[in-house]
Design a protein. Structure first.
Length: 98
């Protein structure tokens, strides 16, 4: 089971973002200079399945949303490999209110 503080690199199309996340007991909390990230995860047979909401907290226009909205939900599925985590498929990004 994931537990601890992680550096996260994620990519949507050509755009790349970085964040930190704390994972514990099925919950994930984290963020970066412009967005807070929170959600849940399950780990089964080495695969991590997560639903994460990203919400803007810094309205500086120099910080662009990687997901195309100030509030968005992503569904992530993948495996941690010690270097990079799960990828995000553009079809799994849902903008809207949290």
């Amino acid at each position: 089971m994931l537990r601890g503080f992680y550096k996260v690199r994620f990519q949507v199309d050509e755009a790349v973002g970085r964040s930190v996340m704390y994972a514990h007991a099925g919950s994930m909390l984290g963020g970066n200079s412009a967005f807070a990230h929170f959600g849940t995860f399950e780990e089964t047979d080495g695969e991590i399945v997560s639903e994460i909401t990203s919400q803007r907290h810094n309205h500086d226009p120099n910080y662009q949303s990687l997901l195309g909205a100030d509030i968005a939900m992503i569904n992530v599925r993948g495996q941690a490999d010690g270097v990079a985590g799960a990828g995000v498929n553009r079809d799994d990004v849902h903008a809207g209110r949290a």
